[in-house]
Write a new protein. Structure first.
Length: 491
């Protein structure tokens, strides 16, 4: 390898690391800005108004999950091999714009068919325009990805989250209706789109190329037929959680919608670390698998799995002990039911970080089709569990336990596959489930008659002692085997 090749390799790795860092940082900042925005809105409006806003937001997000039709992945692949990049870009963005408008109509139709509340209908009309903006923004994001300019998109998305936070802060200056707040949010999205087109997008984007780009129905049909797996994989993670809001709004009270969403917002903050870590570990899985180094792959998986499990246990214990203090402080005292909802939702967190890890590993093994079917099956389990359970028991806990049960099933299906691939063992999986859920059960029992601060500190100290003892034992065991081996060799 000559110097120019070495230099190009280093530049490539540098660009990859740089773009990944921008993506991670922007996601963290955007989630934090949005969570603070929701905390402000929850405090400034009544529980019923906040819940109507959440229902309308969930409706548009579910529809938006399908609106791009997974064409971003197709565009990235096609852009590399297509010679007429300007025409391809124009067709892609025009398709995204058309699909956004089509699904905006679907969003309105669904709102009018599913809800009788006039305010929810009006909010769906206003907030649903985000579907069009999201399609264009995601389209431009795909263009920047293929050109290695993710940092532009990341910066604009951070600005987008900040503008949403600023919109919420207007409530501290002057009280406005929830509908007017939604209108101002849409204006902020227009500004984000304008900035993305002018400052954070490719030079291949212009109105002339959009106008002259020709898209036939046959072209669209062929594209969707080839990319339907991406539609499922890309949309189901959003629908998995947002469907809960829709089911709750149709079977329980609007206050329960607010309780569920508040719990999920806190839940999503804790998910940042495993999501970021998984995106970092994923390339290493691929390298080990492609190199045929299965021993290193298994070792990396086990070590990260154990780290995720410790993080999940500490997170569960922390929120079980302190959610009763955190939620009133952040969202106000108008949502007492959200404390219990958060405690129940964090049962899912016991398995979700390792679900993310195992999903990345399964895709790295080239088994993404199985991962897709696992997603579909467990989503079905979740929906059936919610609907059937709520038919007999009209409580929010049914939704939380249904979500938890579906993710446990998801985890078990992943384990079965990984056991067959000799990545993990039945004993390792059994120990994980036993430790995770028995720890949660014991912690709940002790929390009934113990000071929460004292209990959490005791739990943390105990966990640290166990981890250190395990580490020291492994080192001692390894040293002992090494000593025996050397003595055997000397003889």
């Amino acid at each position: 390898m000559n110097w120019s090749q070495i230099k190009n390799t280093k530049l490539l790795k540098s660009a990859l690391v740089k773009n990944s860092a921008w993506g991670i940082a922007s996601n963290i900042l955007q989630i934090l800005f949005v969570c603070i925005f929701f905390a402000i809105v929850a405090r400034k409006y009544s529980a019923s108004e906040f819940a109507r806003f959440l229902v309308s937001t969930s409706v548009y997000q579910i529809v938006a999950a399908f609106s791009s039709m997974g064409l971003g992945q197709w565009f990235v692949r096609q852009y590399v091999i297509d010679n007429d990049k300007l025409t391809l870009t124009g067709k892609f963005l025009k398709t995204q714009l058309g699909l956004g408008m089509l699904f905006y109509i679907v969003n309105i139709a669904f709102a009018f068919l599913a809800y009788a509340d006039p305010q929810i209908k009006l909010l769906c009309i206003v907030l649903g325009t985000n579907i069009i903006f999201d399609n264009l923004i995601n389209g431009i994001r795909s263009i920047n990805i293929v050109e290695g300019k993710q940092h532009k998109t990341a910066l604009i998305l951070v600005i987008d989250g900040f503008l949403k936070l600023v919109t919420g802060c207007l409530l501290f200056i002057h009280p406005i209706s929830i509908v007017m707040l939604s209108v101002i949010m849409i204006i902020a999205r227009l500004l984000t789109l304008h900035l993305l087109i002018r400052l954070g997008s490719s030079n291949n984007i212009n109105l002339k190329s959009l106008w002259y780009a020709k898209i036939s129905l046959d072209d669209l049909r062929v594209l969707i037929a080839k990319n339907w797996r991406f539609i499922v994989i890309g949309s189901i993670s959003i629908i998995y959680w947002k469907m809960g809001n829709i089911i709750i709004s149709k079977t329980l009270s609007l206050t329960n919608v607010a309780d569920y969403e508040i719990a999920f917002r806190i839940f999503s903050i804790f998910l940042i670390l495993p999501i970021v870590a998984s995106s970092t570990i994923y390339p290493q899985f691929i390298r080990y698998f492609n190199a045929g180094n299965h021993a290193a792959l298994r070792l990396l998986y086990r070590n990260i799995f154990l780290g995720y499990t410790l993080f999940a246990l500490v997170s569960y214990a922390f929120m079980y002990s302190f959610s009763g203090w955190i939620i009133p402080l952040a969202f106000g005292k108008g949502y007492p039911g959200s404390v219990l909802c958060t405690q129940q939702m964090f049962l899912t967190f016991l398995v979700l970080p390792s679900v993310l890890l195992q999903a990345n590993l399964i895709v790295a093994l080239g088994l993404e089709k199985l991962d897709m079917w696992f997603n579909i099956f467990c989503f079905g389990v979740n929906v059936v569990g919610c609907v059937v359970g709520l038919y007999f028991i009209k409580e929010l806990s049914v939704v939380n336990y249904s979500v938890c049960f579906s993710f446990v099933i998801f985890h078990i299906l992943q384990n079965i596959l990984l056991i067959r691939k000799k990545i993990t063992t039945l004993k390792f999986c059994f120990v994980f489930y036993s430790v995770a859920f028995s720890t949660a059960f014991i912690y709940q029992h002790l929390a009934e008659n113990t000071n929460p601060v004292l209990l959490f500190i005791s739990f943390l100290v105990t966990l640290i002692i166990i981890v250190l003892a395990s580490f020291l034992y492994k080192r001692w065991h390894y040293s002992l085997h090494l000593t025996v081996f050397k003595k055997t060799e000397s003889r």
